[in-house]
Write a protein that binds this ligand. Structure first.
Ligand code: GLV
Ligand code: MG
Length: 313
């Protein structure tokens, strides 16, 4: 399902307020891998209903290149969710790849979204299963249920951590979400990051980190986003075009890592196929089948980021 966008890169996922025709017009020109046109927290309640048509028109009227194109609807505790989906998916046409569902708390909410999407796809003449789902985990209940949420529908493409709402849900004594807390001895979200990552990977999903709210501080963003990058996340949200450049860099393997991964594959192939060995020395390191799997991840990420091999072993 959702074959076009499932495996596309999402190093940078840019939020665009759906109420702003100006921002909707600028979106296609910003080099983010993925954009989501927001009907949720970036849009004031009195603007939400009028924004649906603006979003559908922007999807139809602009050239979004090969970006992953998504609309964030409102969560199931509001009065808007079903109507957001009916009006936007019903009028946006085939270029819309996905719906993002915020504040997901149960597998049932994903199943309800899946069933509604199916009906809207049929009535809009879209292929059944065309629209993928991105799910945000940003409440205590959502985190508790993340494993069944990630397994709830074949439409799911990504699972996303929402640090700002999560901090509010946990009643953390902070006023800015998704930034470093110097008073805490370690990473206050380490458990959360790992729990979401495991649930996502166990179900073949891409796993995405949410926003960093100090939007003018690119150095701090670069440093902070290494946390989720090193754990294995695929990308992170951008709230401003300046953040996109940083994230595309942070979430791509370096040329050196990409070349080394290729050299490991070559050495391993030679050892297993040529010499009939399962493990072999690569410089000062022992490499084996697990090294091959790790190298393949660097290569697929590097290729998605447009890298080509610069050295031959
Ligand atoms: C994102 O939606 C967040 O709440 O961090
Ligand atoms: Mg949120």
């Amino acid at each position: 399902m959702s074959a076009r966008s499932r495996n596309l890169p999402r190093r940078s996922c840019l939020s665009i307020p759906g109420s702003s025709e100006k921002m909707l017009g600028k979106g296609p020109g910003i080099p983010a891998d993925m954009v989501f046109l927001d009907l949720e927290d970036a849009v004031a309640p009195k603007e939400k209903e009028a924004s649906r048509a603006k979003i559908a028109a922007a999807i139809r009227g602009n050239d979004w290149g090969d970006k992953v194109l998504c609309v964030r609807v409102n969560d199931w505790s509001t009065k808007w969710t079903a109507y957001d989906i009916i009006e936007v998916v019903g009028n946006a046409g085939e270029r819309l790849d996905e719906i993002m569902l915020p504040k997901v708390e149960s597998a049932a909410q994903i199943v309800a979204t899946d069933m509604l999407l199916r009906q809207v796809e049929i009535s809009a003449g879209l292929p059944i299963g065309h629209i993928g789902i991105e799910a945000q985990i940003e409440t205590a209940r959502g985190l508790i249920n993340v494993e069944e949420i990630c397994a709830a529908s074949p439409r799911l493409e990504t699972i996303i951590f929402g640090p700002a709402d999560f901090a509010a849900s946990m009643e953390m004594p902070v006023l800015t979400g998704g930034v470093k807390i110097d008073e805490y001895p370690g990473d206050h979200f380490h458990y959360v990051y790992n729990k979401i990552l495991m649930a996502g990977r166990a179900n073949g999903l891409q796993v995405i980190d949410g926003p960093f709210l100090h939007v003018r501080d690119s150095d701090a963003l670069r440093e902070y986003s290494m946390r989720s990058r090193i754990l294995g996340y695929d990308g992170k949200w951008a709230l401003h075009p300046d953040q996109v450049t940083v994230l595309n860099d942070v979430f791509s393997p370096t040329q050196e890592q990409f070349d080394k991964a290729w050299s490991i594959l070559d050495a391993y192939k030679e050892a297993t196929e040529g010499e009939g060995k399962g493990a072999v020395m690569f410089g000062n390191e022992m490499i084996d089948e697990a090294s091959r799997k790790m190298a393949l991840k660097f290569i697929s990420r590097g290729e998605r980021a447009g890298r080509t091999r610069s050295t031959q072993a």
